[in-house]
Design a protein around this ligand. Structure first.
Ligand SMILES: Cc1ncc(C[n+]2csc(CCOP(=O)(O)OP(=O)(O)O)c2C)c(N)n1
Ligand code: SF4
Length: 291
């Protein structure tokens, strides 16, 4: 039987003491165990940032990519081998800022991967610049008079673009987050998990107490995650309002994933298919047709 120990390696994280990434680290391991998956069945793709170091600290297949490009690389992995469970783990800067375009297209494409965003509402690794999810008026070294842009709304954006699994977790609620991860790992298509993650060094306004006062679970209020309009209303509660909904906000298994529809994958993962090289004469014919 797989246990948390199977996902544990000897490398100790370099995160600041108290960083919310520790809770996410534990939730990921527990979530994989709950999902009944082995390290060999999972590919963890990360970007660049504090939270993107996640795959270094776990016994798992992993690749650290470029800032903002984790989803693009993960899409390639999924298409090469749809039999693998692919999860992207990265910060809000990586996922919603530099990688914002990939986010929209992964959602509407319904590519079968989990997109876990450690949303600390700041650029942590580069020492505290405001990010796309920072609150209006957030004072940083790059916004000494306060951020002037309204924060991006990741859950509402994902739902509006056709995402089929949209959830939010809290790094302190390790078991709740692990449950969401376990469900997402078996979802058919794209699954966004936006995680409220305190950055104790560069976003002290949004500390643990700040989150505790605002966070609630949608399941405690009878929310129906299959109701897209109700989901959109919950999604729009934060940012904007003072209540932060967590749990599975929207989900449908009715939409086929991208990889289920790709003709060349119908015979199974490319990695299992025999290598086939087009005969030279067919190429010559193509060239003749086009000159
Ligand atoms: C293309 C590119 N732009 C900028 C950087 C510099 N950079 C590295 S990490 C980072 C921000 C990371 O913030 P986030 O993704 O929110 O993750 P966190 O560190 O907060 O976990 C930036 C801007 C980079 N490495 N590559
Ligand atoms: S800077 Fe913030 S996000 Fe980065 S390790 Fe420290 S507390 Fe965590």
């Amino acid at each position: 039987m797989v246990t948390v120990a199977d996902f544990t390696n000897e490398i100790r994280p370099t995160w600041c003491p108290g960083c919310g990434d520790y809770g996410i680290w534990n939730a990921l391991k527990r979530g994989f165990v709950k999902a009944g998956l082995t390290p060999q069945e999972i590919m963890m793709v990360t970007g660049i940032g504090c939270g993107s170091k996640m795959n270094d600290y776990m016994h798992i297949n992993g690749l650290n990519t470029l800032h903002g490009r984790a989803l693009a690389v993960a899409t390639g992995f999924k298409l090469a081998n749809p039999a693998m469970k692919v999860i992207v783990v990265h910060g809000d800067g990586d996922g919603y800022g530099e990688g914002g375009n990939h986010f929209l297209h992964a959602a509407r494409r319904n590519i079968g991967l989990v997109d876990l965003v450690e949303n600390n509402h700041v650029y942590g690794l580069t020492k505290g610049q405001y990010s796309p999810t920072s609150r209006l008026g957030f004072i940083t070294k790059t916004s000494p008079r306060g951020a002037l842009e309204r924060p991006l709304s990741p859950l509402a954006l994902a739902i509006s673009q056709g995402a089929t699994f949209v959830a939010r977790g809290f790094s302190l609620d390790v078991n709740g987050l692990a449950d969401i991860i376990a469900e997402a790992m078996h979802h058919r298509g794209y699954a966004l998990i936006d995680v409220m993650q305190p950055c104790v060094s560069f976003n002290r306004q949004m500390d643990y107490d700040w989150y505790r006062e605002r966070i609630y679970k949608v399941e405690d209020e009878g929310h129906d995650p299959t109701d897209r309009e109700a989901a959109l209303r919950r999604a729009l509660e934060f940012p904007g309002g003072e209540r932060i909904p967590t749990g599975i906000i929207y989900r449908t298994e009715e939409v086929p994933s991208y990889e289920e529809q790709v003709a060349s994958l119908l015979a199974g993962p490319l990695v299992n298919q025999p290598l086939w090289v087009r005969p030279l004469e067919e190429y010559r014919e193509l060239v003749r047709e086009n000159v």
